[in-house]
Design a binder for this molecule. Sequence first.
Ligand SMILES: [Zn+2]
Length: 255
Amino acid sequence: MAAVLAIHAHPDDIETLAAGTLALLASRGHSVTIVTATAGEGGSVETGPEETARIRTREAGAAAALIGARYRCAELPDLGVFNDDQARRRVTELVRWARPDIVIAASPADYHPDHEAASLLARDACFAASVPNYRTGAASPLNAIPHLYFADPIGGRDREGRRLKPDFGVDITGWMDVKRRMLAAHESQVAWVARQHGVPDYLGAMETWGRRRGRDFGVELAEGFRQYRHHPYPNGPALQEIVGEALLTLADWPG
Ligand SMILES: [Zn+2]
């Protein structure tokens, strides 16, 4: 059984982009941990940052619990995630605590600066977690760098609007119900996403994206992933193997 760690910037990002895959893996007995870089305390016009952080981390914990996953927050500031020394040590400590074989991180290119910085932090923390002299806290260093993957960016596009091609997909057709319930656990975000992002139907937008990605792979609903393969990260197909028959490959890519 594998230990899978999903790291993203804000509560609800992982639910939007990878919860179907996480639900599938949890159902097969793999252990799943979700970490957010921030508590998403900027995401409200009704409550101040401290109260919003409490609400949103509680919602993230409830979403994770739906698939038996653990949840932790690195408590970096919302809209203040940077790939600096303090933040890297904090994320590295959480990677060491989670002890993953596989890490699913935010896309390096995405619409939000916290997403992009959280991606760099996760990437570099995977490396740093295995360096014994890199001191972070109570958790002991990892014996090896975990396999690293990037989820799709929001809407599948970079800041220039280019569609980013996934290396492979996961068929989540049987897992949309769980994914919807996980995202719905982020109750405080429904009003915020409508106001700030002009998206009145938060859950519907997530499902529409899943159908769009599904069409790329010729199935009803899918999530896409890319693998980080640079030296010295392991480049074997760890995630591809454990999703089994749900693994999808692209027949062609119109761009
Ligand atoms: Zn986000």
